[in-house]
Ligand binder design. Structure first.
Ligand code: NCD
Length: 305
C-alpha cells in the first residue's frame, strides 16, 4: 500500500503488519536513544487544517524518531489567507519534493483528494466525520497488548457515533478481525442506518456489564448545528460513564477514549482511577503505531525507487 486513507479500504494484512511492527517500535522507544535512521533523507509534511493535540504531536514525534525531516503547514498563517486554493497550496508544497503528507481536514474525502493530486504517500489523520485510521490502529494495538488478541472480542462504542470518524474506523477494523461491534447512543446521534455498516445498535444498560472493551466517544459539539441532545445533563444521565454506572462495569473491561474528553459529560473523572482505563496508554502507544505506519509507507517507497 502506498497510502493509508481509510481502514475500510485497507488490506487486513497491511493492518496486521502495522500492529506487529508497532510492538518493535515500542521497544525502540524504551531505549535511551529512542531513534532510528530508517527515514533519513525523507521529508514528511503535516497539514493540520483542524485542531489537534495528540494526533499531530505523536505523528511529529514518530517522524522525528525515524529521522525524517518534518515540515508543518498551518493554514491560518499560510497564503491560503490570501486566497490561494487548497489545490494550489498542495501542488506548491509537493514541488518541494515531500515524500509523505499527513493530513487532517474537516471535509470527508480530503485525504483521497490529496492522494489523487500528489506523488507523496498520504496518511489520513482525520477527514471530517469519515475516518481516522491511525486512531483505530492505535486502539487495536492497545487492546492487543492488554488482552492478547483482537479477534472474538465484544466492543461497545458509546456516544456521538454520527459525527465520529473514530467510531467508523474502529468499526471497520474490528469487523476485519472478527470482533463484534455494538453501538449505543441517543437516536439523534446514532441513526438506525448505522446498523447497516455492520454494528449492532443496542441499549447501553443491557451490555455495559459484559463487554471486553468500552469505547467512549466525545460529544462533538463543534460539529453540531442545532440541537442533537435535549441537555448535557440528560446526555450524561443516559449515556455518560458516571460514577454510578461505573459500578456495573466489570474491573477487567478496558475503558478507552480517543481524547479530548469532556469530563462530566460523556465520562466522570472517577473512570481514570481504575486499573483498566487505558486512555493515556492509547496516547503512549500512538507514537509507536504511527512510526510503524510511516515506516511501512515511506521506507517501502525507497525500496521501489
Ligand atoms: C479524535 C478526532 O479528532 O477525531 N481525537 C483524536 O484524534 N484523538 C476524536 C475527537 O475529536 O473527539
Amino acid at each position: 500500500m502506498r497510502h493509508l486513507l481509510s481502514v475500510e479500504e485497507a488490506e487486513k494484512d497491511f493492518l496486521l503488519k502495522i500492529l506487529e511492527s508497532s510492538e518493535i517500535f515500542l521497544k525502540v522507544l524504551e531505549q535511551p536513544s529512542k531513534k532510528l535512521p530508517t527515514l533519513r533523507g525523507k521529508t514528511v509534511l503535516f497539514m493540520f487544517m483542524e485542531p489537534s493535540t495528540r494526533t499531530q504531536a505523536s505523528f511529529e514525534m514518530a517522524a522525528k524518531r525515524l529521522s525524517a525531516d518534518t515540515v508543518s503547514f498551518s493554514p491560518g498563517r499560510s497564503a491560503m489567507r490570501k486566497g490561494e486554493s487548497f489545490l494550489d497550496t498542495l501542488q506548491n508544497l509537493q514541488a518541494m519534493e515531500v515524500d509523505g503528507i499527513v493530513i487532517r481536514h474537516s471535509s470527508p474525502g480530503a485525504a483521497h483528494f490529496v492522494a489523487r493530486h500528489t506523488k507523496a504517500s498520504v496518511i489520513n489523520a482525520g477527514d471530517g466525520a469519515h475516518e481516522h485510521p491511525t486512531q483505530a490502529l492505535l486502539d487495536a494495538f492497545t487492546v492487543k497488548r492488554r488482552l492478547g488478541r483482537i479477534s472474538g472480542l465484544k466492543i461497545l462504542i458509546v456516544g456521538d457515533v454520527l459525527h465520529s470518524r473514530v467510531a467508523r474506523s474502529n468499526l471497520f477494523l474490528w469487523k476485519k478481525f472478527g470482533s463484534e461491534v455494538l453501538f449505543s447512543g441517543p437516536p439523534t446521534l446514532l441513526p438506525k442506518e448505522f446498523g447497516s455498516l455492520g454494528a449492532r445498535i443496542v441499549d447501553i444498560e443491557d451490555h455495559i456489564g459484559e463487554v471486553d472493551v468500552l469505547m467512549v466517544l466525545r460529544l462533538q459539539r463543534e460539529r453540531m448545528e442545532g440541537s442533537f441532545v435535549p441537555s448535557i445533563r440528560e446526555y450524561r444521565k443516559f449515556w455518560g460513564i458516571t460514577r454510578e454506572r461505573l459500578k456495573r462495569i466489570p474491573p477487567e473491561t478496558l475503558i478507552m477514549h480517543p481524547g479530548p474528553v469532556n469530563w462530566g459529560v460523556e465520562m466522570d473523572y472517577e473512570v481514570m482511577e481504575r486499573e483498566n482505563t487505558v486512555i493515556l496508554e492509547q496516547v503512549r502507544n500512538s507514537v509507536a503505531v504511527r512510526m510503524a505506519v510511516l515506516y511501512h509507507l515511506l521506507a517501502r517507497t525507497e525500496a521501489e525507487g
